[in-house]
Write a protein that binds this ligand. Structure first.
Ligand code: FES
Length: 102
């Protein structure tokens, strides 16, 4: 068990879905944002900066800071605070600069 500061307020309220974060299965509730799920993980980092590789985690939770960018189902630079979880979703941390070639 890790020591995240974040937890679900009412864990039994909504249907559960399973997504993967960095390849590991994670349970979440329908309606949660991907950022909320990331903040409950032992490593809450969503991305690293392009220049120094410093970790960043969701901060504003309203689409302003861009620190929550992740790769969702292969789509880079997705703001995880604006995306609700889906069953089977694959979330990867975004390391450094986004590739424009894919
Ligand atoms: S947490 Fe700030 S834009 Fe998503």
């Amino acid at each position: 068990m890790h020591a995240s500061l974040f937890r679900k307020i009412d864990p039994a309220r909504r249907a559960e879905v399973t997504l993967t974060v960095a390849g590991l299965p994670v349970a979440a509730q329908q309606g949660e944002s991907v950022a909320a799920v990331l903040l409950r993980q032992a490593d809450a980092a969503s991305r690293t900066t392009p220049v120094h590789g410093s970790p960043r985690a969701p901060f504003c939770m309203m689409g302003v800071c861009f620190d929550c960018m992740v790769v969702v189902d292969g789509v880079a630079s997705t703001q995880s605070c604006l995306v609700p979880v889906r069953d089977g979703m694959a979330v990867e941390r975004q390391n450094g600069r986004r590739s424009v070639l894919s």
